[in-house]
Design a protein. Sequence first.
Length: 145
Amino acid sequence: MTLTRPDAAAALHPLVARLIEVQGYPWLDGETAGEGPAGVRLLFLPAHGRGHVETPDIAVVLPELTAALGTDGGAVAGPACERQLREALGGIALPAIVVLRDGVPVGSLSRMRDWDEFLDRLAPLVAAARDGSSLAATPLSTALS
């Protein structure tokens, strides 16, 4: 994990790069999200190498979502981490936000959404991550659609 933009991230959209360089979001460049910081975090999977039109939009709202949902912050997945999580979560569509609790995925939400829908769908996942007791009862597919 690094806090500055690594060479592998040179092709990131400038708004995604800003999350790392200005907001100080960790860049999770390993094979697993478990290598990242502890706590409840929103991990951004920006669709590496695909230039998705929704990637910059999510990058702009992510800091606001972390604040509104009271998480411990955000992070940006590098290509290897993104591939591993995408496979582990059943091939979710990208870009996506994955809710992590101490590096373990609790659930995810793909694509850009209206603000209210982001809050409605992510809040229960963040609550489950904070609670810890309902992690097993929170299916990863809850927020895939």
